[in-house]
Design a protein. Structure first.
Lengths: 120, 403
């Protein structure tokens, strides 16, 4: 049995620090995000860099990145680099396939043309 | 109450914060205050000023520095009744009947006297010769110098029954000048000149009004979180035979507040903080999170043991600063709003975010684990998928049984 005051505490915290849920929780497709309240004093912490990266907020004169945020960004960059390499490999393969396809289309076209020409 | 604070302040130099805390602590029934300081700093003076301001000359002092007999603290037999009628009639001691109870040099009280006072504070009654007497509402102020060579080591539960513990410092140069002026003004007897500022009936009325104050859930949440942070242990230190720091070896939360606390707080800390917050709301009209942290410096020192203590107040201040950062981090992680969503309905994505928050906060992890246990029972998640199983954490239990 939950205490009524405990529930009210959680609800008050939810109002003070709102979490935005886009879409219905019941459905598969929804997004959870949050922003600082407008009346909250600006925090010169690592959240600033994350806010600018994820929410497109303007950066302040000094941007402080703590170890946790730096590790998060490092991890994200590493992921992006790996994704980049994988996409480049796939691009090369696609280039090769499209070249081969083009060549085969050209050969087929020539073969067709060769078949028709002697009759003319 | 403000007049009382003013009258004490006009006779007691320095230590304004201790006076203010002492006043706030009088605003709930059966208030108990412990003053700790080295010799000659004004422990007894402050104790007597406060009690005289409330009870006038009706205060009773039991001193550890004198030979205390049971009859002086609890009660003695009425000899004529026993001799003439053969009836065991108990004459209850003035200390039991008095509204203002002073305990001077508590550390010197013998264990038998301490046990009687402990019982009085715990049950609001005293026993002597098979007779019981109920103790009415009172104000108790005690003092001690634990560094004193002739100390008894009293059990921690005895100290736990004191709502707050105030530390006094010695006077600065300018304060010494002020004290000398005051001593001359009051004919070298500060306590004698102290008037009774309010009657005990008036203080009972104030206590009633304070008890009726309804606290905002956020303030109650701050109090409970603060106390929980000084209690929580994912390795169940309360029941463990091995205590920190040995217990903390390899623990995920080794750098957290819990890793610095050897013996955790009792729930009386929550009660004492709640009384003080209510009193502050009543007397000053306000109480913020910063005020609660400040009050914690009066409520915590005599209730917990730290892994390493250099200076208990300095070490506690350091831990309370960390608590402040911890609370701000909780807001940034939105962990309570996430828990609020999860309590409405279980959801994988919100649960994943909550799990990420839980690895940063023991108190939050405990609440999430409790929710997981409910989900496991309902078949929403499998036991193997839970945070408690994957991280090897468990909720507080008694002899291996979770509550």
């Amino acid at each position: 049995m939950e205490s009524e005051k405990y529930r009210r505490f959680l609800e008050q915290q939810a109002r003070r620090n709102p979490v935005r849920i886009e879409g219905s929780l019941a459905s598969e497709r929804f997004r959870v995000s949050w922003e600082d309240n407008e009346d909250r004093a600006a925090l010169n912490t690592s959240s600033d860099i994350l806010d600018s990266v994820y929410f497109g907020k303007d950066m302040q004169e000094t941007v402080v990145v703590d170890r946790k945020a730096a590790a998060l960004l490092q991890d994200r960059l590493r992921g992006l680099e790996e994704e980049n390499i994988r996409v480049r490999k796939r691009l090369k393969l696609m280039k090769f396939i499209s070249g081969a396809l083009l060549l085969s289309v050209a050969l087929i076209s020539i073969a067709f043309l060769g078949g028709f020409l002697p009759q003319i | 109450m403000k007049d009382l604070e003013r009258e004490i302040g006009s006779r007691f130099v320095g230590n304004e914060e201790a006076i203010s805390a002492l006043i706030l602590n009088q605003l709930h029934p059966r208030s108990t205050t412990l003053i700790r300081a080295s010799r000659g700093v004004g422990k007894s003076t402050l104790m007597l000023l406060a009690l005289k301001g409330i009870c006038g000359n009706g205060l009773v002092v039991v001193s550890g520095a004198s030979e205390v007999k049971r009859g002086e603290v609890v009660g003695r037999l009425h000899i004529p009744s026993l001799e003439k009628e053969g009836i065991e009639k108990v004459l209850w001691a003035a200390f039991v009947k008095s509204r203002g109870k002073a305990l001077d040099e508590v550390n010197r009280l013998n264990p038998y006297t301490t046990a009687n006072i402990h019982h009085l504070m715990q049950f609001g009654e005293v026993w002597a010769y098979g007779e019981k007497a109920k103790v009415e509402d009172y104000v108790m102020v005690a003092n001690e110098n634990p560094m004193d060579a002739t100390s008894f080591i009293h059990p921690p539960p005895f100290y736990d029954r004191f709502d707050i513990c105030l530390f006094l410092r010695s006077l600065t140069l300018s304060e010494k000048f002020r004290l000398q002026e005051l001593l001359e003004k009051y004919d070298w007897n500060l306590v004698e000149s102290m008037p009774q500022v309010l009657s005990f009936e008036e203080i009972e009325e104030a206590r009633k009004e304070v008890s009726e104050i309804e606290l905002d859930p956020t303030l109650v949440g701050y109090i409970n979180l603060l106390v929980r942070d000084f209690q929580a242990c994912i390795r169940d230190k309360e029941e463990s035979e091995i205590k920190p720091p040995a217990l903390c070896e390899g623990c995920h939360f080794i750098r957290d507040i819990c890793g610095r606390v050897k013996d955790p707080l009792s729930e009386r800390a929550t009660v004492a903080l709640t009384h003080l917050v209510k009193a502050s709301k009543w007397l000053r009209g306000t109480c913020e999170f910063e005020d609660i942290l400040h009050m914690a410096l009066w409520v915590l020192p005599h209730r917990l043991t730290l892994v390493r203590t250099r200076n208990i107040l300095g070490d506690l201040q350091d831990l309370l600063e960390r608590e402040k950062v911890k609370m701000a981090d909780r807001d940034l992680r939105r962990q309570w709003p996430l828990l609020n969503e999860l309590m409405k309905e279980s959801n994988r994505t919100v649960y994943r975010l909550a799990r990420e928050a839980a690895v940063e906060d023991v108190a939050f992890a405990e609440e999430l684990i409790r929710l997981e246990e409910k989900w496991v029972r309902e078949g929403v998640v499998k036991q193997d998928e839970t945070l408690s199983v994957q991280m090897g954490w468990k909720r507080p239990s008694y002899q291996g049984v979770s509550f």
